[in-house]
Design a protein around this ligand. Structure first.
Ligand code: F3S
Length: 81
């Protein structure tokens, strides 16, 4: 299982992730991204059918703001850094 979360402190609102993985990422009024399946807590298992999209978004984020882990983030994007 994989989990994902956006570090909104470093997101630069580039807008790539929501295009690459629209079922996982969306933006707030300022264009900053978040994970829609768990309100950006990083606690909800990514559906396996969407894992490839999330990996593509992870690799495409210019500010490395998308985090991926095998265990839940519990709301902290820097939990494993
Ligand atoms: Fe932000 Fe990276 Fe998405 S900069 S909008 S988290 S691709």
């Amino acid at each position: 299982a994989k989990f994902t979360i956006v570090d909104k402190d470093t997101c630069i609102a580039c807008g790539a992730c929501g295009i690459t993985a629209p079922d996982i990422f969306d933006y707030d009024d300022e264009g900053l991204a978040h994970v829609v399946i768990d309100h950006n807590k990083g606690n909800q298992i990514i559906p396996s059918s969407l894992e490839d999209d999330v990996l593509d978004a992870f690799e495409g984020c210019p500010s490395d703001s998308i985090k991926i882990s095998d265990t839940p983030f519990n709301g902290d994007p820097l939990k494993f850094e």
